[in-house]
Design a protein. Structure first.
Ligand SMILES: Nc1nc2c(ncn2[C@@H]2O[C@H](COP(=O)(O)OP(=O)(O)OP(=O)(O)O)[C@@H](O)[C@H]2O)c(=O)[nH]1
Length: 396
């Protein structure tokens, strides 16, 4: 029988493993593939979430009607022989709803044990075929991650992700010069001379180059890693890299929060691989949603708190040598009462540009500031009290 007729009879569902370090652009790529109209394929997605405080729930949500989505908590590469097999078997029962599976691993996952699942479990082998491993790298941070020193016996996940890839997306090319990109590619090619490389921004690579490519080669992988099929093999993660997830009720003061965030980025940024959060800011009807990679932070007010929705603060930080207590204490110290000491129209003393000046409260909760005060000077200057304490605003 020819290879052609053999493959045309293969009814197994193709699976793509989407990997890449924290914040490299995996979810951006997944959304790009799902939004693409040209492939005409329907996907089942296995999302691997790190930790149990979900801050990602909005991602993919609008697509959940069209796609079959399974979420696995914890680290996929450690639970692989258990949870992933269960998730794949469960998915297979809905086989009429999709043509292919995409597994998005966490950024700290080693893709090898995930790939191994498709070769060591007989049931899985009869249902699925591994189509390819796609690795997204962040051009701004990949060199630092490859340089990270790891303890004896611990693999560098970023290196593993590159070594096992069939396709490598060098993403965020807007954040690196051509020379830097050439150097990155040179280094990555040493780790993996076989993969096809794509330079991109926003993970924009044509899906046909990534999906349905029949690229995964067991012989290449076993040549590179002779123990690939050894199910007894253990792997360890770097114990100095950890994730903290936290949630609490309460309102945060915007001014204190801004100071805290710039302090975190300045002092801990280099060790923060990934962080995300949704915060409840006093006086704001919208959620403060932030996320970042290293020192690149973004945060905006977006999406109004729905009526009846619990206004709570949730965040996740993943990094090296991070101190849970420092971070959680920091956020807790931004908590404030949403009830204010003064009312609209109250006369107060405000600590304005010319020192203590009499004024009148003309607005409550203005852009996250508890008070907007009109000073009783010639111009009727407006000032904002960022925190409801005596050092900014007090009784006349
Ligand atoms: N400047 C720049 N930012 C990008 C690019 N692609 C993605 N990003 C941003 O990088 C951040 C991380 O992207 P994600 O797609 O969430 O990365 P991820 O790999 O899924 O991250 P994890 O949450 O760690 O799994 C987001 O803020 C993206 O908007 C790019 O080409 N250039």
């Amino acid at each position: 029988m020819s290879a052609m007729s053999e493959s045309s009879q293969d009814t197994r569902i193709p699976v793509t493993i989407l990997t890449g370090f924290l914040g490299s652009g995996k979810t951006t790529l997944l959304n790009h593939i799902l939004d693409d109209q040209t492939h005409g394929m329907r996907f089942a997605i296995i999302e691997n979430e790190f930790g149990d405080v979900g801050v990602d729930e909005k991602i993919l949500s609008e697509k959940s009607d069209e796609e079959v989505i399974e979420v696995m908590n914890g680290c996929i590469c450690c639970t692989v022989r258990g949870d992933l097999v269960v998730a794949l078997k469960k998915l297979h029962k809905k086989i009429e709803k999709f043509d292919a599976v995409i597994i998005e691993t966490t950024g700290l996952a080693d893709p090898a044990p995930v790939a191994q699942t498709f070769f060591v479990d007989d049931d899985i082998q009869s249902m699925y075929v591994l189509d390819g491993i796609i690795t997204v790298v962040d051009a701004k941070h990949i060199m630092a991650r490859l340089d990270d020193e790891k303890p004896e016996g611990v693999e560098n996940e970023a290196e593993e992700q590159v070594a096992f890839a069939d396709r490598i997306l060098v993403n965020k090319t807007d954040l690196a010069s051509t020379i830097e990109l050439d150097n990155i590619e040179k280094r990555l090619r040493k780790l993996n001379p076989m993969a096809a490389f794509y330079r991109c921004t926003q993970s924009k690579v044509e899906p046909k180059n990534l999906i349905g490519i029949k690229a995964f080669s067991l012989s290449r992988v076993t040549e590179m890693d002779p123990e690939f099929l050894d199910t007894e093999g253990e792997h360890e993660h770097d114990p100095s890299v950890s994730s903290i997830a936290f949630k609490f009720d309460g309102y945060l003061n915007m001014h204190k929060l801004s100071e805290l965030i710039s302090d975190i980025i300045q002092n801990m940024g280099a060790n923060l691989y990934r962080y995300k959060g949704v915060l409840n800011v006093a006086g704001m009807s919208e959620k403060f949603v932030f996320q970042g990679v290293g020192m690149l932070f973004s945060g905006n007010f977006e999406g109004t708190w729905a009526q009846g929705e619990k206004r709570e603060c949730r965040f996740v930080f993943i990094g090296k040598d991070i101190n849970k207590k420092t971070l959680t204490d920091g956020f807790m110290s931004c908590k404030c009462d949403d009830k204010l000491r003064f009312q609209l129209g109250d006369s107060v003393q405000a600590n304005g540009p010319k020192g203590w000046t009499p004024g009148k409260i003309i607005k409550l909760w203005d852009e996250g500031n508890p008070y907007r005060i009109e000073l009783q000077d010639e111009q009727g200057t407006n000032v904002w009290a960022p925190v409801d304490i005596d050092s900014f605003v007090k009784l006349p």
